[in-house]
Write a protein of this length. Structure first.
Ligand code: ZN
Length: 96
């Protein structure tokens, strides 16, 4: 897979879109269940953060398909792990 580098301009646009999404009814419905997209744990809706499956820096968009609710734990894992380590983390979650 090609490593896509997003331009500053694109990043700014997508961050703005993410802010709008976070304020939308769609997002409120999305977090109402309190389920983390990655680990499936149930947490308080206010503890869910909007996470980009494909990060913006890697060319991800703030589309509904690319934005999912993530618990704090998964979110911090994702920020600190390398992409390959994050894949391993997800794989572990899938295996239970
Ligand atoms: Zn989680």
């Amino acid at each position: 897979m090609d490593w896509m580098e997003a331009s500053e301009e694109q990043m700014r646009r997508e961050r703005q879109k993410a802010r709008e999404l976070r304020n939308s009814q769609w997002w409120k419905n999305r977090i109402a269940s309190g389920i983390c997209h990655y680990c499936g744990k149930k947490v308080a809706p206010r503890d869910l953060t909007l996470d980009h499956i494909v990060p913006l820096v890697r060319g991800g968009r703030s589309s509904k398909g690319n934005c999912v609710p993530a618990c704090k734990e998964c979110n911090s894992q994702k920020q600190h792990l390398l992409p390959v380590e994050w894949e391993a983390y997800l794989e572990k979650l899938r295996q239970g």
